[in-house]
Design a protein around this ligand. Structure first.
Ligand code: SF4
Length: 322
């Protein structure tokens, strides 16, 4: 089966005053139709740059796609001109950002903004697009949607604004939804509601979802397959069950050890472990394994050659010489 999205050997560099930052350095990611894949990792691991590159939303310059392909339904998006990319955004691939207040225009009603997205891609009358906008607000469970369509972004709470963003993203029935840290700016209880909504929308509309997050709890709630990124590279890839049951890469093991456990009795005191150190500079990445400086199992040979991402069990890959 041809994947819906097939990122092959992607390298994205950024020119800075200090030199070239290799933000994404040879990444392969495939997503099938209707599948939810999560990219997880710390800030600066390259997950957001990877997702933004799919939609060509990185600033070029200073960013540059140095190598690789982004195949969507078999067609490479990398060489597409800006006008063709505009036609693909929203209609085929839509995105929900982390902070809805900065993504919504404060001077237009939410209905006008959703309707404008629909009209750009579907050539509907204004009235029909507004009706569809109200239907989309109802779909994402905003009470009194037909009235709230005339409200401005500031009249919605943070969670409701994120629902509006999801309604806008889904308004043209995309085949792939990219959600970039969609719950990070929200309270914990609202986060759960938004994840539930994303899951429900995915079931109802049958789209694929690429979820970018730094939170392993969000991964466990939402994803079918997980890609773990570290310092611009994929270090592990597995189904969500395999990843949590038998994490193969020491970095993934560290991420999982840092999740609070609510399944233990109150008397069992387990200290949460942080991963010591920080992500290496991508101006001059270290030779060999990029995780070596933080790895509890590091050996001399880890610092000489870069470990390749290889299959350790069926469907389970890791880039570690252990
Ligand atoms: Fe640790 Fe070596 Fe594996 Fe890198 S290759 S994760 S340093 S054991």
């Amino acid at each position: 089966m041809t994947p819906l999205l097939d990122i092959k050997g992607l390298k994205v560099h950024f020119q800075t005053d200090d030199g070239m930052v290799r933000a994404v350095d040879g990444v392969d990611i495939a997503i099938n139709r209707g599948e939810t894949v999560s990219i997880v990792g710390e800030s600066g691991c390259g997950k957001t740059v990877t997702a933004m590159t799919v939609l060509k939303l990185i600033a070029m310059p200073p960013g540059r796609i140095v190598a690789g392909q982004v195949l969507f339904e078999g067609h490479d998006l990398v060489p597409l001109p800006a006008e063709d990319m505009r036609a693909i955004r929203s209609k085929q691939i839509a995105i929900v950002f982390q902070e809805p207040m900065t993504s919504l225009n404060p001077v237009y009603t939410v209905g006008e903004q959703i309707a404008e997205t629909i009209r750009q891609h579907e050539g509907m009358s204004k009235r029909a697009a507004m009706t569809r906008a109200a239907e989309m607000l109802a779909l994402v469970q905003i009470p009194n949607a037909h009235k709230r369509v005339s409200d401005y972004p500031h009249q919605f709470s943070g969670g409701m604004r994120q629902r509006v963003m999801i309604a806008m993203a889904l308004s043209c029935n995309p085949k792939l939804l990219i959600a970039d840290e969609p719950t990070t700016a929200l309270d914990v209880t609202i986060q759960a509601q938004i994840l539930e909504l994303l899951n429900e929308m995915k079931q109802r509309l049958g789209m694929a979802v690429l979820l970018i997050t730094h939170a392993m709890g969000v991964v466990a709630e939402t994803a079918q397959r997980v890609i773990v990124m570290y310092a611009g590279k994929v270090v592990e890839e597995a189904t969500v069950e395999a990843l949590f049951a038998t994490p193969r890469h020491p970095y993934t093991q560290g991420l999982i050890r840092s999740i609070p456990r609510i399944d233990l009795a109150a008397t069992q005191h387990v200290r949460l472990e942080a991963i010591p150190g920080s992500v290496p500079s991508l101006l001059n990445p270290p030779v060999g394994c990029r995780f070596a400086a933080r790895c509890r199992y590091v050996m001399p040979e880890c610092r000489t050659a870069e470990p390749l991402l290889v299959e350790k069990a069926p469907g389970h890959k890791a880039a570690c010489i252990l």
